[in-house]
Design a protein around this ligand. Sequence first.
Ligand code: PLZ
Length: 448
Amino acid sequence: MTDFTYRLAQKRQLVTELPGPRSLEWARRRRAAVAAGVGSSVPVYAIDADGGVIVDVDGNSLIDLGSGIAVTSVGASHPSVAAAVAEQAAHFTHTCFMVTPYEGYVRVAEALSELTPGDHEKRSVLFNSGAEAVENAVKIARLATGRSAIVTFDHAYHGRTNLTMALTAKTMPYKAHFGPFAPEVYRMPASYPYRDRHGLTGPQAAQQVIDQIEKQIGADAVAAIIYEPIQGEGGFIVPADGFLPTLVSWAKDNRVVFVADEVQTGFARTGEWFASTHEGIVPDLITMAKGIAGGMPLAAVTGRADLLDSVHTGGLGGTYGGNPVACAAALATIETMRQLGLPARAREIEALTKPRLRRLADEIDIIGEVRGRGAMLAIELVHPGTDAPDPFTTKAIAAQALSEGVIALTCGTYGNVIRLLPPLVISDDLLDEALGVLETALRSAAAR
Ligand code: PLZ
């Protein structure tokens, strides 16, 4: 990474127990005002954040290995993003692109055509959240194909709206008691190499899916297949080589729209601008959000011009979609990612982290697998000598890391995965320190 000046001291420093008294006071006020259905994995209240640190209301400085779930790749207050936001807000915060359009929206769409895989003619439409992007990718695929079935997968996560809950695999906490869900959604086996007892190659696993689609749905009823090129909430699952290319080529032969959900994997996170590139696939549609706008809410569907342009004028939109402040933030974020070379920085983070975690995995017997790409890395925890998921130990490790001032998130269908999603602008020293804390937590869990 090129030199980077931070506004806040890049250090881990605890001045109170966690949570401190001020955070506890906010927790009390929160209980009386905020719906109980919203959870928070970290019990401290943020007051500032920059680079690789989050500072809380008690003055504790924590190392951030979560980036607000893969969002603040350029940091949570990158000066060029902050300046772009302030500048745009000083002129206009909103006109509604469907009423009075503006340049920022068009510029973001131009940038997305350039950055996404494939050199075919593309179009984009902007939204506010990942779930909204996924919903719209499905709308576009259905209209363009005149078909209704959508193929999704085990371990998939696509959002919390009604249709995206239907696409999401895991019931607790995402779906339980929130149904009935949208119809015409079919779930197929994902490629999960660590847990694939048949040891299928990628193409074999894809063939199994294809057979099932043809037998259970019929290729000519399928509008779209949707897949996360690394399944995120499901456990940072990297599919076996050749799995996605086989599915994509079948989709192409059968005029099925292939949607890559790159909401979590996109924007330099995995060491490429988009994780589809690692798989050697060019999706028909890509959904994006999270890292796109340095923390401002923005999402997009980008893809084949013929698909997006098949929708009648007025068929896509929303009051806030492509908000001008969020677009300004996205343009500054993309420019920053280019200037700092953040795809390469994500690969550096992988090189600093993965071998170290793999060495640890050789030493202690609670790590089933270390996997991931770029700065989207994971440790899957199991009961020693088995592949039985150990969510309890996983939670304990994240809790210990937190008590030492390191924010590490968990994920996974079985809740047994520690995931590392540091801001890409984290310094080597801070990353090294955070990994040290995590290693100690893993070792002490293994010794219990
Ligand atoms: N698609 C691949 O990862 C969001 C969700 C956290 P929204 N993932 C984090 C939670 O518990 O709500 C996500 C994703 C993929 C879609 C989404 C949805 O994006 O911006 O949260 O709607």
